[in-house]
Design a protein around this ligand. Sequence first.
Ligand code: SF4
Length: 210
Amino acid sequence: MSIKSKKIIEALDSLFPNAKIELTHKNTYELIIAVILSAQTTDVSVNKVTPKLFKKYPNIDTLSKANIEDVIKIIKSIGLYRTKAKNIILMANQVKDNFNGEIPNTRTDLESLAGVGRKTANVVLANAFDKDVIAVDTHIHRISIRLGIAKKTANAREVEESLYKFFPKENYLKLHHQLIFFGRYHCLARNPKCLNCPLYDICVYENKMA
Ligand code: SF4
């Protein structure tokens, strides 16, 4: 492990020792739905609609038979609700038809489902199936560049590869949540807390506050 990666791990352990996924869920079914719904919206707003959604549609089978207008009514306070309603019902049908009603545990199978891209697949693989992967969201993308882990021009996939090279495998799951927390609560897109940042010395962000 490099001195820099050790320093980042130590700083994150100290800032966010208990970082964890903030999408409320009780099982893999609820996790994948919550992650699909969280695209371009906050976890807080997703957590407001999922209790009612999961109560009415507690599993793949019930959701696969759902009326789209009813699902829209339940989730309409979140962004892209029409597309997301369509995707989660279609996803439930695909899981039922192609995977015997079980959420699959490989990237290829997960990415074959409606509404599931690489990021969503990685969140499910890591959190439900303990796979060593990191899902690159907007926070992780931003701070990986600011900390010089990834190139300034890197796309999400390139950031992901840079993170795998930079950090030891055994740290991925915890780091994934800690990096999100760091971006969400400390190194914010606007007004990052530079003056109180344990990573100030290694940060390469040209606009960090002096
Ligand atoms: S110094 Fe500022 S920009 Fe750099 S990592 Fe810390 S909070 Fe983020």
